[in-house]
Write a protein of this length. Structure first.
Length: 298
């Protein structure tokens, strides 16, 4: 069985698009599609339904795709452990963090790095999603903490934290009650640059609800500016709860179909390096440090 075909399938599953998966791997779309088709033929089942609305797993795919993830995760661990045994490992871990990542999560990473069998120092770099992704691909960073909106299917991903999203509406009356996305979809929303991750999250949230996103014609430079501009009444904003720094007339928890809307933050790293196994251990320790006490023994 061709390992690269397994990775192509995983990439399509994560990006929801054959073209996006091909771009992420630096191959042509026909090459990737042919690799997926050969694997489907070998397995004897179709893994994806293709439609103008995108790519979705078939009923068989929904059962098989997690198994493919398990296989590739095991292979990555095998490679990472072998590289750690075969060669010297750096004394520091180069960590890239999105501005959306809070100081509490960064502090937990430092604690996790010190808890490793071979404790490591961290060297931090803060930047938006796009430059962090580029540095990770180029090997200038070992691991990044970013909003879980990027494709990067060639890397390992693991969600390490979540937080609620709120809607700030400068024209609404004072109200702290939760509100459905559909009820506030007609507002004009202030967005930041496409590289920050928050704008991608907002755009995908509206698209997933089949709602039109009405964007303010200007562009904020950061989530901090989004908060400030909403405070002076230029438009509404969607923000992680911890990133609301100003007083607003209305700042309400956001719901979609009755469920709280949350933004997820994930660690993304490459197992195919001498540091790969240590990065696996680091992320595992980070996740455990954020678990509730009643869950820690499970």
């Amino acid at each position: 069985m061709n390992i690269e075909a397994l990775r192509y399938v995983q990439a399509v599953s994560r990006t929801g698009s054959f073209s996006a998966a091909a771009r992420a791997y630096g191959v042509t779309q026909p090459a990737l599609s042919n690799g997926v088709a050969r694997l489907e033929e070998e397995l004897g089942v179709a893994l994806f339904d293709r439609s103008p609305r995108g790519v979705r797993p078939t009923a068989h795919g929904a059962r098989i795709l997690p198994l493919i993830d398990d296989v590739l995760d095991s292979l990555d661990v095998l490679v990472a452990d072998s590289r750690r045994l075969a060669g010297p490992v750096a004394e520091t871990i180069r960590l890239g963090v999105s501005p959306l990542i809070g100081a509490d999560l960064v502090a937990r990473v430092f604690q996790a790095a010190r808890s490793l069998e071979r404790p490591r120092d961290l060297v931090l770099r803060e930047a938006d999603l796009e430059p962090l992704s580029g540095d990770l691909r180029a090997g200038r960073l070992d691991i990044v903490l970013v909003p879980a909106v990027a494709g990067m299917p060639a890397f390992r991903h693991r969600v390490v934290a979540r937080e609620p999203v709120v809607v700030v509406d400068p024209v609404a009356s004072a109200d702290d009650d939760p509100v459905e996305l559909k009820a506030v979809a007609d507002a004009t929303y202030i967005l930041g640059p496409g590289t920050c991750g928050l704008t991608t999250f907002t755009t995908e949230l509206f698209r997933g609800g089949d709602l039109a996103l009405h964007a303010y014609p200007g562009e904020a430079a950061s989530f901090r500016a989004v908060d400030e501009w909403a405070a002076i009444g230029l438009g509404s904003a969607l923000l992680p709860r911890s990133k609301v720094a100003h007083e607003h007339a209305s700042c309400r928890p956001l719901l979609r179909a009755g469920a709280p809307v949350e933004i997820a933050y994930e660690a993304v790293w490459d197992c195919d390096t001498p540091l790969g196994a240590d990065l696996d251990d680091l992320v595992t320790a980070l996740v455990r440090s954020g678990e509730a006490p009643e869950e820690s023994g499970k």
